[in-house]
Write a protein that binds this ligand. Structure first.
Ligand code: HEC
Length: 420
C-alpha cells in the first residue's frame, strides 16, 4: 500500500482492505489495461504542476487559507462553487464539525477540499484514462508540495472505479453522522427531502424541504448498534437559509455561502462522471482482454446506465423554483458553449428541473471523448436515437419533442464530431 508520509500522519484508520469485495475493487486497478498505480496521469492538476515546476505559474500563499485562493485561480475554479460539509464523513474527520465545516470547491473536472487549520489540501480530478486521481498538497513552507495519493483516498473513493462521493446524513453537534436518522447516496435522482444532510445549504427553495443545515442536539444515547432511537428531523428549521452567520462563524471561509445550485450541479456531475469512469474501466478491460472481438456484452449494461444518466432519466422533479446565493448559477452558465440561437447544455431551468436542455454537459469532457471507441460510439448512437425520436421508451418521456430537437441542434453546432 502506498501512502505519502504526510497523509499517513493525518489519516483515519483504514477500512480493512482484506474483504473479498474490497480486494476485487483494488485488483481492477492493477489490470494491465488500466495500470492505475503506474500510469502517469494527464489531468488538469498534473498539467498545472508542470507549469508550476517550470516557473511559468507561481502559487501565492496567504496566512488564513494557505495556497487555496491562488490554487482556485490557477485551476480556473469559481469561488462561488463553495459548499460546506459539517459531518465527519471524510479523511480529516477530527477537524470537521458543524462549527468548523469542510469547504469544497469544484469545476467540471477538479475538486478541492479545504479544512480550517489543516496543513493539507485535498484534491481530486478526473483523468481521461484513469478516472478520479487524488492528490494532497502540503500547505506549510514557502513552496507548495504536491503528492499523488492512492489507497488512503481510494478506500472511500472507489465504489466501483475511482470516483467521487456525495451522501446525505445529519450530524450531531460534534459532526458525527447520525446514520439511523437517515443515510442516502446523493444524485440528481434523489428526492430533495433526502438531500444534503451534513451539508450547509444557502438558497431558497419554497416549501420543498431538504436535510441540510440541520444538527441533532441532545440526542439520547443510541442503543448498541440499533436504530431504536427514531429521530424525527425538523426539516423546516434548515429551510430557505440565505446567510450562514447565524449558524456558525463563517468569517473564516472565502464566502458566506454553501450554494444550493452548486450542490445540485455537484450531485448531477458526480453521478454522471462516475458512470463514465465505470464504463471506461469495463470497456478498456474488455477491449484489452479480447482484442478484435465484439465486447459489447461485457459493458452494455454500464453504457445503457450512462445513456440514462446523461439524459437525466429519473431526475427528481422540483415543485417550487430554486435560487442560489453565491452567483454560482451565473458563473456556471457563463462557461457554456452556445449554439447560434444562444442555447447551451449548461442553461439552468431551476423551476421544474435542473437543466433547460436535459443532456449532461459531461458530454464535452475529455474522459467521455477518451472512452474506448466501441463504447463511445455506442453511447453516442443511443443518445442520438433518443433525440431523433426513434427511441420513445417511456423512461425518456420527460424529453418533449421540442427538448429533443433543441438538444440535437445544440449538439450539432457545439460538438459536431458527436452528431456525426
Ligand atoms: C473516510 C473516507 C474518505 C477518505 C479516506 C477520503 N475521502 Fe474524500 N470524501 C469522502 C466523502 C464522504 C466525501 C463527500 C463529502 C463529505 O462528506 O465530506 C468526500 C469528498 C471529497 C472531495 C470533494 C469531491 C467529492 O468526491 O465529493 C475531495 C476533493 C476529496 N474528497 C479528496 C480526498 C482525497 C484527496 C483523499 C485522500 C488524500 C480523500 N478524499 C480521502 C470520504 C473520504
Amino acid at each position: 500500500m502506498r501512502l505519502s508520509l504526510f497523509v499517513r500522519v493525518l489519516m483515519v484508520s483504514l477500512i480493512p482492505l482484506s474483504s473479498f469485495a474490497v480486494m476485487q475493487r483494488f485488483t481492477v486497478l492493477q489490470h494491465p489495461a488500466i495500470n492505475y498505480y503506474e500510469t502517469e496521469p494527464t489531468d488538469s492538476v498534473t498539467q498545472l504542476w508542470k507549469r508550476i515546476e517550470s516557473g511559468e505559474v507561481r502559487l501565492e500563499r496567504d496566512a488564513q487559507h494557505g495556497y487555496l485562493k491562488s490554487l482556485l485561480n490557477a485551476l480556473d475554479i469559481d469561488v462561488s462553487s463553495q459548499i460546506l460539509v459539517s459531518s465527519k464523513t471524510s479523511l480529516q474527520l477530527k477537524m470537521i464539525s458543524p462549527a468548523t465545516p469542510r469547504a469544497i470547491y469544484f469545476n467540471d473536472d477538479t475538486y478541492i477540499g479545504w479544512v480550517q487549520g489543516s496543513p493539507l489540501l485535498e484534491i481530486t480530478t478526473v483523468d481521461p484514462k484513469l478516472g478520479a486521481v487524488f492528490y494532497s498538497i502540503e500547505q506549510e513552507g514557502d513552496k507548495p508540495k504536491i503528492e499523488r495519493e492512492f489507497d488512503v483516498c481510494l478506500q472511500c473513493h472507489n465504489p466501483v472505479a475511482p470516483g467521487h462521493v456525495m451522501s446525505s446524513t445529519v450530524p450531531d453537534e460534534t459532526g458525527t453522522p447520525v446514520f439511523h436518522a437517515g443515510f442516502f447516496a446523493t444524485s440528481d435522482r434523489s428526492p430533495l427531502q433526502e438531500r444534503w444532510g451534513g451539508w450547509y445549504v444557502t438558497g431558497t427553495h419554497g416549501d420543498q424541504l431538504h436535510m441540510g443545515n440541520l444538527v441533532l442536539r441532545n440526542l439520547p444515547p443510541a442503543k448498541a448498534g440499533l436504530a431504536e432511537t427514531t429521530v424525527k428531523l425538523e426539516r423546516s428549521e434548515g429551510a430557505n437559509v440565505t446567510d450562514l452567520t447565524a449558524l456558525f462563524d463563517s468569517s473564516k471561509y472565502l464566502t458566506n455561502y454553501s450554494d444550493i445550485v452548486a450542490l445540485m450541479v455537484l450531485g448531477h456531475q458526480i453521478f454522471v462522471e462516475n458512470q463514465v469512469t465505470e464504463l471506461n474501466y469495463a470497456a478498456q478491460k474488455a477491449v484489452y482482454d479480447s482484442p478484435g472481438a465484439d465486447t459489447l456484452k461485457q459493458w452494455e449494461g454500464k453504457a445503457e446506465g450512462l445513456v440514462d444518466a446523461m439524459l437525466l432519466v429519473g431526475e427528481a422533479q422540483l415543485s417550487s423554483s430554486i435560487s442560489g446565493t453565491s452567483g454560482f448559477a451565473e458563473d456556471f452558465q457563463r462557461r457554456g458553449i452556445r449554439d447560434s440561437s444562444g442555447r447551451s447544455l449548461r442553461d439552468l431551468d431551476l423551476q421544474r428541473r435542473l437543466f433547460k436542455y436535459p443532456l449532461s454537459y459531461v458530454i464535452y469532457s475529455r474522459e467521455f471523448d477518451n472512452l474506448p471507441a466501441p463504447a463511445r460510439n455506442y453511447v453516442s448512437r443511443r443518445i442520438l436515437e433518443v433525440l431523433n425520436g426513434e427511441d420513445h421508451s417511456p423512461k425518456f418521456k420527460h424529453l418533449s419533442p421540442d427538448d429533443r430537437q433543441a438538444i440535437l441542434q445544440i449538439l450539432k453546432e457545439t460538438k459536431p464530431d458527436f452528431a456525426r
